[in-house]
Design a protein around this ligand. Structure first.
Ligand SMILES: [Zn+2]
Length: 520
């Protein structure tokens, strides 16, 4: 016997088998039982949640011959039910609007509307991906929807209801299908594995449910693959390899290292993760959602996961917000990086660079290091004959370390501040300041550039601006942000060592949560 894929084998034959769409099923059942069936339905929802499945079930309900009128529980035995299920009913026409967008197709279809159904109660049209129809097709359809013959029912399905004309929507009963929750999916997959005699554990089922992202069909396809991969059983490690997902425990390890500022450990964990051949985009997504969990727990104390609770207790709340932003930013730009792994690395480096505890602890050694580096550079420079560029650089007092302060001093519009504040000073060359940043960061509107050029000339005289691609590691915005965090940490420390405040906190058994700067 040939193998039937799970998505097909477990396509629901009755409303009881539909997963996660109780609200929609109830509306349909009620309207059938109360004999108030609409003549046009619009099913909307993302892919794989069951739009056409439910539409086909509804068609069976309407045309089932086991009773004298439509029934909410089709028999699945009469000729009408079976022919609909097998896609052979002459009174149930399925049209894929994506491949038949043109008005001539629609006219041809609608020409049959006025003839009575051949054998069934109703003539039913199912138009899938209805938003793909052309304007002319929608107009033709609308005319029929305005006065449909009583024996005709239109079922429409779409992933994009925004693109369906309001005039059409207003003539339909619109039913919005939800994405199916992870728990519901996991439960569903568990039952299927049991029926199929496949050994499975909760972890692998949960992984498949997670990757399905709310789609029953996608989930079943993954389950098929996972079963084939595991030679007839589901093993978590195999599933992980197949899906390119990684353990939450590794993500927790990573987050823990970041929280403590343990750089080497963070990159060691990343190396461990690399061995699993991960999908770096998914990894970043997981990292962000774990930070989100930490942040939620800091406010609501709602997590039951030991590692999350632990990280939440020691991570600074503001730092948590900041690394969430950093993660999100990296995630949005992951496709602009030469390699996804690089994007994740840069993301970790940024998170670590802003680590408040680590910055305070190693503050001294860092400055010492910098000084040492500078001294080295100076000795090297001394060996070379002085060149004009450097003279020019010094004459204006502009260099990479003075740049952020000079920039902050300029009277710029908030737009210019935003755009140019993200760029780092690269070099000064022949009366030209070169600033660098990523391709995205250099995409600055013409108007803002000219504003900036004007302000630069006001401040430094005849100096031009050059923009070039490069890594912007010490931009004014970044340094301001860093200083802000350091400032807050410092104030927090000072406040908590103040004896009056200490007494006050003891009295009310409180703690300092947020420090806000008040402007005079
Ligand atoms: Zn039937």
């Amino acid at each position: 016997m040939s193998y039937q894929v799970l998505a097909r084998k477990y396509r629901p034959n009755s409303f009881d088998e539909v997963i996660g769409q109780d609200h929609v099923v109830q509306v349909i059942k009620n309207s059938i039982e109360q004999e108030r069936v609409h003549q046009a339905f619009l099913f909307s929802g993302t892919r794989g949640v069951g739009k056409t499945t439910i539409a086909r079930l509804l068609a069976k309900c309407l045309n089932c011959m086991s009773s004298d009128s439509p029934t909410s529980q089709p028999c699945n035995k009469c000729e009408s039910s079976i022919s609909i299920q097998e896609g052979k009913s002459i009174d149930f026409l399925e049209i894929d609007a994506a491949s038949r967008t043109g008005v001539e197709h629609m006219r041809e279809l609608l020409s049959s509307v006025h003839t009575s159904p051949s054998v069934s109660r109703f003539k039913i049209f199912l138009i899938d991906e209805v938003h793909m129809l052309s304007k002319g097709s929608f107009n033709a359809l609308l005319k029929t929807l305005e006065e449909p013959p009583s024996h005709v029912i239109f079922l429409m399905a779409t992933t994009d209801p925004e693109k369906v004309p309001k005039t059409v929507i207003s003539r339909c009963l619109q039913l919005n299908l939800k994405t199916v929750s992870r728990d519901e999916l996991q439960e569903h997959f568990k039952k299927i594995c049991e029926k199929e005699g496949i050994k499975s554990d909760d972890e692998s089922l949960s992984l498949v449910a997670k990757s399905a992202e709310g789609s029953v069909r996608d989930g079943l396809t993954l389950l098929d693959q996972a079963i084939a991969h595991g030679n007839g059983k589901l093993v978590a490690n195999d599933v992980k390899k197949l899906l390119g997902t990684i353990d939450d425990s590794l993500i927790h390890e990573l987050l823990d290292s970041i929280t403590d500022g343990r750089k080497e450990d963070a990159f060691k964990t990343l190396n461990d993760i690399e061995k699993l051949n991960p999908d770096y985009e998914a990894l970043l997504k997981d990292l962000i959602s774990n930070i989100h969990e930490v942040s939620l727990h800091q406010v609501l104390e709602d997590s039951s996961k030991e590692p999350i609770i632990n990280i939440a207790s020691k991570m600074d709340e503001q730092y948590c917000q900041l690394i969430y932003e950093i993660g999100l930013n990296s995630f949005q730009k992951i496709h602009t990086h030469p390699s996804p792994r690089e994007a994740v690395e840069m993301c970790l480096l940024r998170m670590l660079a802003f680590q408040p505890v680590q910055n305070m602890n190693s503050g001294e050694t860092k400055t010492q290091k910098k000084k040492a580096n500078k001294a080295q550079i100076k000795t090297v420079k001394k060996e070379k004959p002085p060149i004009n560029k450097e003279v020019a650089q010094e004459s204006h007092g502009i260099n990479s370390s003075s740049w952020p302060a000079l920039f902050n001093d300029m009277q710029l519009s908030s737009f210019a501040k935003n755009y140019f504040g993200n760029l780092s000073f690269a070099r000064l060359n022949d009366q030209k300041i070169f600033l660098c940043g990523s391709k995205d960061q250099l995409d600055i509107p013409e108007k803002i550039i000219s504003e900036f050029e004007e302000k630069i000339k006001d401040k430094f005289g005849n100096i031009e601006i050059g923009l070039e691609e490069g890594i912007s590691s010490s931009s004014p915005n970044k340094i301001n942000e860093e200083n802000k965090i350091k400032d807050i940490e410092k104030t927090k420390k000072e406040l908590s060592s103040d004896s009056d405040i200490k007494d006050f906190l003891d009295e009310f058994d409180g703690e300092i949560e947020i420090v806000t700067k008040i402007k005079n």
